[in-house]
Design a protein around this ligand. Structure first.
Ligand code: FAD
Ligand code: 5PR
Length: 394
């Protein structure tokens, strides 16, 4: 039996790869997704999604599952030395907090329902601009479209030889999922709204920060930040005495975190000269790892996965598969600025620690969050701008 559908091979079963696979399969492609790990599972703790990625979840029909175990906290609170700097209610901005395993499971279910062929324990070692993929087993596959969604250490990206700039920051973070302990926290600080996200900063005499993010009724995501040069602050398992001395009101949850091994991640930003080459395209951390400040690493990954699936589908429908290389270049040109902005802004927050002053989500810092990648008319004003420039230049 021959299959007349367009075929895509995807490397990586994280948020980027699963989103692209689901969207393409729903649009009529045959899709094979390779995940190097022996099973499809999400590492990590909690995550915040904003309008840009929630729109994508709507579009692939995954929002219902997601909403069952996620929440929108009443406010995003910022404290400095335990003094409240701001409580942002984020009115009119769509956002939700959740656990990473839950988001991953939701996407995995959507991918399976869409008919994606998912191969666990299948490592991609190389890809070519002509659409050939080589597996660790030595097996080769060809596709109309190849997607590298294989994370910050991407083999697809490296095999394509795309020039990369990597910027490492001095700060880093260890993340945990622990029980809410709401009653105990309330007993320690009765006036606090413990359903809020609370960003607890301490800059003097020592830089230590806890980002407290309720993920649902039972689970709490906490991220402990310190400079990598601070050996005690960045140690795992965490130095419980140190962290509770600075954040005594968080003792019940810090105690649980201390019982988990944990892993300290240094912040990094990677920027590529280009995201596409021939029939191959990169999305997510393989193309644009970023600092976590705006919580847009996964959000931009899903946004770009969706817009890539739409652009590739439209291209083959109107111009056949030979039109894909140009369509991918065009996709990057139009969509990349939103991701560049999130990367630049997150890097700036990481370098300056300006978020400690509060009012974190204003102006350029929410532009990518507010973007709706599923709106077919989203670039109409860009087009008008271009037309206006053309008129002005003629
Ligand atoms: P990834 O999530 O890295 O997924 C890549 C996938 O590709 C993995 O499943 C990997 O096993 C697979 N893979 C790698 N190489 C190959 C290969 N050669 N062949 C086949 N498969 C391959 N952000 C938050 O906001 N909150 C968090 O709590 C948080 N925790 C994180 C924890 C970890 C361990 C990491 C790496 C990142 C975390 N981030 C977090 C950042 C954010 O989640 C990322 O921006 C986002 O997950 C990017 O998604 P992705 O699908 O591009 O990459
Ligand atoms: N938001 C999220 C997050 O995990 C972090 C930050 C913001 C969801 C840290 O990991 O500001 O660093 C941040």
């Amino acid at each position: 039996m021959t299959d007349s559908r367009r075929h895509a091979e995807i490397s990586g079963g994280g948020f980027a790869g699963l989103t692209a696979a689901t969207a393409l399969a729903q649009k009529g492609w045959s899709v094979r997704l390779h995940e190097r790990a022996p099973e499809l599972r999400a590492e990590g703790a909690g995550i915040v999604l904003w309008n840009n990625s929630l729109q994508v979840l709507d579009a692939i029909g995954a929002t219902h599952d997601l909403n069952e175990r996620s929440m929108t906290p009443p406010a995003y609170e910022t404290r400095m030395n335990n003094v409240i700097q701001s409580q942002e209610e984020l009115d009119g901005i769509r956002w939700r907090t959740m656990t990473r395993p839950h988001l991953h499971q939701t996407l995995l279910t959507a991918a399976r329902e869409a008919g994606v062929e998912i191969l666990a324990g299948s490592e991609v070692v190389a890809a070519t601009p002509e659409g050939e993929v080589t597996l660790a087993s030595g097996e080769k596959r060809t596709a109309d479209l190849v997607i590298g969604a294989d994370g910050v250490g991407s083999a697809v990206r490296d095999s394509l030889g795309i020039p990369l700039k990597r910027q490492r920051s001095g700060d880093g973070i260890t993340r945990f999922l622990v029980p809410r302990h709401k009653a105990e926290l309330q007993a320690l600080e009765p006036d606090t709204e413990w359903d809020n996200v609370i960003d607890f900063w301490n800059l003097e005499p020592r830089v230590l920060r806890v980002l407290y993010t309720p993920a649902n009724d039972e689970e709490l995501y906490i991220a402990l930040m310190s400079p990598s040069a601070d050996a005690d602050g960045s140690r795992v398992p965490i130095d419980l005495e140190l962290w509770t001395s600075v954040f005594p009101q968080l003792a019940p949850v810090l105690q649980d975190a201390a019982g988990i091994q944990g892993r300290y991640y240094g912040y990094q930003t990677t920027r590529l000269e280009h995201w596409t080459q021939g029939r191959a395209a990169l999305i997510g951390d393989s193309a644009h790892a970023m600092c976590p400040a705006l919580a847009q690493g996964a959000g931009t990954a899903m946004q770009n996965a969706w817009t890539l699936a739409v652009a590739a589908t439209e291209a083959v429908a109107s111009g056949g598969t030979d039109s894909l290389p140009h369509a991918l270049t065009e996709w990057e040109r139009v969509e990349r600025p939103y991701t560049d902005l999130a990367q630049d802004r997150s890097q700036w927050y990481a370098d300056t620690r300006e978020m400690a002053k509060g009012n974190q989500f204003v102006g350029e810092s929410v532009e990518t969050a507010l973007y709706n990648p599923t709106d077919p008319h989203r670039h109409d004003s860009d087009r008008n701008d271009t037309e206006r420039h053309e008129v002005a230049a003629s």
